[in-house]
Design a protein around this ligand. Structure first.
Ligand SMILES: Nc1ncnc2c1ncn2[C@@H]1O[C@H](COP(=O)(O)OP(=O)(O)OP(=O)(O)O)[C@@H](O)[C@H]1O
Length: 372
């Protein structure tokens, strides 16, 4: 069922946690809210489920208006049919797995036979079909989170919200459960909102990611678009991109190249962007776009800096180098085996102007949710 959040603000006293946020989620879509601590992810989600009362805006699920400040509509959380999975599993240890999953149905006095069927379906969906009679205290963390997911699914929610559900699990289990959540969500055709501050999790799970900062969505895009074309340096930085530097862009030359000055200690970087910016900018060079040469390339190349390998790590499929060159600490990734460089080696680092991305500085672009 589709969800429409329109111009929603959430305020705690003087503190504005969410600022006129708008977000449309299509039926069966998984949108991930991604951003640093305190950017308003949880407040947005709590507003959708009905645990927070926004100070303005409307929230619609399917055709039902759940919240409308102007019309004084505020449907209570228990009548919105929105499920939620939290970081803490809230599993009752003295009950069996099936009793835990069936608990919300018992509260609603769903007949026993139907309840049993729905519990079995939900356990099947999360891969715990054989665990129904097991005591919940005997489960691992990952299994408990699956029980929590089954307990949310058993209510057949129109929308399922996830609030950092994997934070308590170790890295390997996180990855496994993340993939399972995505699989269950897709098989069940569920509309879902997922909150996290982990960019890897967001990119792996989402149909679209909403990157948030200070109560607004800075960019709302598919994971691929977000990674390929971050809207500004905050998004690039938050997605874990390295080699981001601040500078000033000169007006483009007739050939489309432009010079970006960093500071007095560092050389200008030459960029060639499809849509050049001027003034205060950030430049970003992806590690895999930098080339390492033992000898200075002969060809006239606008961006070649000599430097020293300060560290390196071999990762099987690629090697990651840290190079100190021209006052910059650069992250370089090479996929070619046998580069045979060592710590302390002198190298030349080169990048093509068209591989230098020029991004607006944080705060110089309007939020995605602001009217054009
Ligand atoms: N009940 C509350 N009372 C007062 N301020 C609150 C309350 N809940 C949240 N805030 C504030 O609102 C802002 C947004 O909080 P919110 O929990 O929505 O952010 P978040 O992005 O989910 O952060 P986190 O990742 O740390 O959970 C923060 O500045 C927070 O301190």
């Amino acid at each position: 069922m589709h969800v429409n959040v329109d111009n929603v603000s959430v305020q705690y006293g003087d503190n504005v946690a969410v600022r006129g946020l708008s977000l449309e989620i299509a039926s069966g879509e998984m949108v991930v809210l991604l951003g640093p601590s305190g950017c308003g992810k949880t407040s947005t989600m709590r507003s959708i489920v009905g645990l927070e009362t926004p100070s303005s805006g409307t929230i619609t699920i399917g055709d039902r208006v759940m919240f409308d400040k102007a019309k004084h509509i505020d449907v209570p959380a228990n009548r919105r049919n929105v499920g939620m999975v939290f970081q803490s599993y809230a599993i009752w240890p003295h009950m069996t797995v099936a009793q835990n999953v069936g608990f919300p149905l018992r509260m609603r006095k769903v007949p026993k036979a139907e309840s049993a069927r729905r519990v079995a379906d939900a356990l099947e969906l999360v891969g715990l079909a054989d665990f129904g009679s097991r005591g919940a205290s005997l489960l691992s963390g990952g299994q408990m989170q699956r029980v929590a997911l089954a307990r949310a699914l058993v209510m057949r929610p129109d929308v399922l919200l996830f609030d950092e559900p994997l934070s308590n699990l170790d890295a390997k289990l996180r990855e496994q459960l993340r993939d399972e959540i995505r699989d269950v969500q897709q098989r069940a055709g569920l509309t879902a909102v997922y909150v996290t501050h982990d960019q890897g999790e967001a990119l792996a799970l989402a149909d679209r990611v909403a990157v948030m900062r200070d109560g607004v969505i800075v960019q709302l895009d598919t994971p691929e678009r977000l990674y390929e074309a971050p809207r500004n340096s905050f998004v690039a930085d938050f997605l874990g991109m390295s080699n981001i530097f601040h500078g000033r862009a000169a007006a483009p030359a007739p050939d489309g190249t432009q010079s970006i000055s960093l500071d007095d200690r560092r050389p200008d970087v030459i960029a060639k962007a499809a849509a050049p910016l001027s003034g205060s900018v950030s430049l970003c060079v992806r590690p895999e776009r930098l080339r390492l040469h033992r000898r200075r390339p002969d060809v006239a190349h606008p961006n070649v800096w000599s430097g020293t390998v300060t560290s390196l790590g071999f990762f099987g499929t690629h090697t990651r180098y840290r190079v100190r060159a021209a006052g910059m600490d650069l992250d370089v990734v090479t996929f070619a085996p046998g580069a045979d460089l060592r710590r302390g080696d002198q190298v030349h680092v080169a990048v093509e102007p068209c591989d230098v991305e020029v991004l607006p500085e944080v705060g110089t672009v309007a939020a995605e949710t602001e009217p054009a």
